[in-house]
Design a protein around this ligand. Structure first.
Ligand SMILES: Nc1nc2c(ncn2[C@@H]2O[C@H](COP(=O)(O)OP(=O)(O)OP(=O)(O)O)[C@@H](O)[C@H]2O)c(=O)[nH]1
Ligand SMILES: [Mg+2]
Length: 465
């Protein structure tokens, strides 16, 4: 029973059979049930040679699939020469063991597949640490539970269980060693997280920050590249991005924000993976504005949006405004679909990150969040107040300058927040000839939304990973 040996769990180039058990509350019908799993398997490098779907009222305890289906699966595996079975459902270790015995083939579930993709994609030191922690916490207990049956199969020789992953670290069999390793990895990752928190905090003090989030493959990196100097890796495969990238997003007229692109979300992301990817998501958690990118050409886009919103809640990115962006409208032939989205989300912005349609509207909307609602005013500044003069010249839209009497009257298009910045610089200014506070309350009085600006978040308590 050589195939059962779990010395190699990497799915690269393995011939795989996909299996889904559709329960009454399943998200998909039989047609689309395996679409995402197929894409994940292909992303991991497997070659899909067969698929099997079973409808059940509830999983069969021992093998998840019904008994007859296990036999059907065994026949399919042997007919196709498959070396791997991938389940869409999360399985208990005992179920994996029973199905492996019933099919004479290695079995992994969706969470393990996702971990495998992350392990292969992790490029930075932090990402590697994060993946290894997640693997130790998720995979180790499962492998350990299977150790018994492997031991009987291979006669007790300590085969290298679970050698996939960054650095091809061999999972230690001894629980104590694993615990020590986990402790060290977490300590190291916590140091990275602390550094990250300081970095993010400083960036937030200096800039308005915007985080791009969305389901994997929504088009975040493509949009990021269209809006900034670019450089993000975009690909048709899932989880193209695992790290975080930050670039300046220039709106013109001296206004800019820092935009971040990060790892995509997916439904039922293994719990440990979410927790250990916290340092990657730090930018998102503390950004001033979150842009949720949804690929509306995907039949599951509604479920994707829910997953993203739930994940944002789970990582406690709840203090800032969320702006919904409907991407890939170039692929949407039926405009009723777009209308339907807009009916449910009137503030959403329709774009194509590839054709760049809608990007001006997106930029204008975000620019307004950065500087507040723009008004045309006359602002009077003493010429000796060079920092304020400089700010107005470089950071606002100057329509006219009128010099005299040691002062300058600028006619400008200016946002409420920019006024705050001028005031913070100090110096005596007049707005439309009035004292600033009085003028602001008159000019921006109906702009309740301007009060919504998230408070700058103080460096928070460091979470335990
Ligand atoms: N037709 C069309 N394709 C798009 C658009 N935006 C992105 N894509 C394609 O969608 C695929 C995924 O794009 P990415 O930008 O890598 O997606 P992502 O959200 O960064 O994905 P992850 O990093 O995996 O989370 C690529 O093949 C892009 O070319 C769009 O507006 N229209
Ligand atoms: Mg990406």
């Amino acid at each position: 029973m050589a195939q059962n040996q779990r010395e190699q769990i990497r799915v690269v180039a393995e011939k795989a059979v996909l299996v889904a058990v559709l329960l009454p509350n399943s998200l998909h019908g039989p047609d689309a049930a395996l679409d995402e799993l197929r894409a994940l398997a292909e992303t991991a490098g497997a070659v899909v040679v067969g698929e099997l779907i079973q409808n059940r009222a509830k999983p069969s305890g021992k093998t998840y699939l019904g008994k007859g289906k296990v036999q059907e699966l065994a026949d399919l595996v042997s007919m196709m020469g498959a070396s791997l079975v991938i389940f869409d459902n999360d399985l208990a270790p005992s179920q994996i063991k029973a199905i492996e015995e019933g099919t004479n083939c290695k079995v992994i579930d969706r969470s393990e597949l996702i971990l495998d993709i992350f392990a292969n994609r992790a490029a930075t030191h932090a990402a590697k640490l994060q993946v290894e922690i997640a693997q130790l916490e998720y995979t180790y207990p499962r492998l350990r539970a299977m150790w018994d049956h492997l031991e009987t199969i291979v006669g007790g020789a300590p085969i290298g269980i679970g050698t996939r992953g960054p650095g091809e670290q061999q999972l230690e069999i001894d629980r104590r060693l694993v615990k020590n390793r986990l402790r060290n990895l977490k300590r190291e990752l916590n140091q990275i997280l602390q550094r990250k928190v300081r970095e993010v905090h400083k960036r937030n003090l200096d800039h308005f920050t915007v985080g791009l989030v969305g389901y994997t493959n929504a088009g975040k990196s493509t949009l990021f590249n269209s809006l900034t100097a670019g450089g993000a890796f975009s690909h048709e495969k899932l989880f193209a991005t695992l790290g975080t990238r930050i670039e300046r997003w220039d709106f013109g007229g001296g206004t800019a924000a820092m935009l971040s692109d990060t790892v995509g979300f997916i439904r039922d992301l293994p719990h440990h993976l979410v927790a250990s990817f916290r340092s990657t998501l730090e930018e998102t958690i503390h950004s001033d504005l979150i842009i949720i990118v949804v690929d509306i050409s995907d039949p599951n886009s509604q479920m994707h949006l829910e997953t993203v919103q739930n994940t944002l809640d789970a990582i406690k990115a709840t203090r800032q405004k969320r702006l919904l962006v409907l991407n890939k409208i170039d692929q949407q032939e039926d405009s009723r679909q777009i209308m339907c989205w807009l009916n449910n989300h009137p503030d959403a912005i329709c774009i194509s990150a590839i054709t760049k349609e809608g990007l001006d509207e997106l930029s204008n909307t975000v620019r307004e969040s950065v500087i507040g609602k723009v008004r045309e005013i006359v602002i009077t500044i003493q010429l000796s107040d060079s920092r304020a003069v400089d700010f107005i010249e470089k950071r606002t839209e100057v329509l006219n300058r009128d010099y005299g009497d040691g002062q300058v009257n600028f006619t400008v298009g200016i946002g409420r927040r920019q006024i705050d910045q001028v005031l913070a610089i100090g110096g005596a200014i007049l707005i439309d000839g009035k004292n600033p506070q009085e003028a602001i309350s008159l000019l921006w009085k109906e702009d309740e939304s301007d009060k919504d600006r998230p408070l700058r978040i103080p460096p928070h308590e460091l979470p335990e990973i």
